[in-house]
Every structure is written in C-alpha cells, then in structure tokens.
Design a protein around this ligand. Structure first.
Ligand code: HEC
Length: 146
C-alpha cells in the first residue's frame, strides 16, 4: 500500500505537478527536471543528425515536454533552496523575475517551434532556438563547472 502511494507520487512529480514539486527536495527535483531537459534534447539531436529516423510526432512530443518543464522551473527554485549540492547561483533569488522570464522563454520557444517541424532541417532550427533558451539561462544563473 505504502509502496503504491510512493510510486504514484513519483509518477506525479516526474509528470511535473507543481504543487507536489514545492514540497520535499527542490534541489533534487530541479536537477531531475534538468536531466529530463537534456534527455529530450538528446532525442531531438539524434533525430536531426539522422541517427534515428525523423518522426515529426516524436519531435513535437519532446518539445512539448520541454514546454512543460519550462513552466515548472520557477516553482522548483523556492527562496532558500541554496543549501546542498547545487549549481544554482544566488543571482536567481536576487533577480527572480528575470530568472522566471528565462524559464518562460524556454516554455514559449518550445511551444512556438512545434508546428513548424516538418523535416530534419526545420528540426535543427527548432533545436537551435530552444537550445539557446537553455544556454542563456545557464550563462546567467548556473555555476560553471570548475
Ligand atoms: C530558467 C533557467 C534555466 C533554463 C531555461 C534551463 N536551465 Fe538547466 N539549469 C539551470 C540551473 C539554475 C541549474 C542548476 C540547478 C541546481 O544544481 O540546483 C541547471 C542545471 C542543468 C543541468 C544539470 C542537472 C544536474 O544533474 O545537476 C542540465 C543537464 C541542464 N540544466 C540542462 C538544461 C537544458 C537541456 C535546458 C533547455 C532545454 C535547460 N537546462 C534550461 C537553469 C536553467
């Protein structure tokens, strides 16, 4: 019984339910979400390079997931979630509105590109646009690996 509840919670959190995401371990949750971002990008890049066959529906689903992830990001950086193993820079909480705007940019770009994906070339353009939304937030708000 308990196991089922825990598993169900896991699925809900993985699905990105904001209310649940606010409790517990926001650092772990946002790092998992970011890992999922990377996974989607890997799927998309593999397809744009022809390593896996082009499939518009699969690509759109990956961008849809990135759109949802972008929507979740602001809730996973609650004030004070700075203790522990995190690469999140303090600037996030000094300029939270700007940080949230970067998350909204990811959400909007990942949404905007979906309809235009018809072949490898348009997919590549979509990846570039969304990838730069990842990169501009990382440049400002994520600690560089040293
Ligand atoms: C609004 C800002 C923002 C956006 C947009 C964003 N990220 Fe991040 N990302 C961060 C921050 C901040 C961290 C550090 C989180 C931490 O360690 O607490 C991070 C961490 C990561 C990590 C490391 C996770 C780990 O294992 O610790 C990966 C991978 C990543 N991001 C990929 C992506 C990809 C791919 C995208 C775009 C699809 C993206 N991110 C979009 C802010 C952002």
């Amino acid at each position: 019984m308990k196991k089922t509840v825990v598993a169900a919670l896991g699925i809900l959190i993985a699905g990105g339910v904001g209310v649940l995401a606010q409790s517990g371990d926001p650092i772990g949750q946002r790092q998992n979400l970011m890992k999922n971002n990377q996974e989607q990008m890997r799927t998309l890049t593999g397809m744009s390079r022809g390593q896996v066959p082009f499939n518009a529906a699969t690509a759109q689903a990956a961008f849809q997931r990135l759109e949802q992830n972008g929507r979740q990001i602001p809730t996973l950086f609650p004030a004070g979630s700075t203790q522990g193993k995190t690469a999140a820079l303090p600037a996030i909480w000094e300029r939270k509105a700007d940080f949230d705007a970067h998350a909204a940019k990811l959400e909007q770009d990942a949404k905007a590109v979906q309809a235009g994906i018809t072949d490898q070339a348009s997919l590549q353009a979509a990846i570039q646009r969304v990838g730069s939304a990842c990169g501009s937030c990382h440049d400002a708000y994520r600690r560089k690996e040293s």
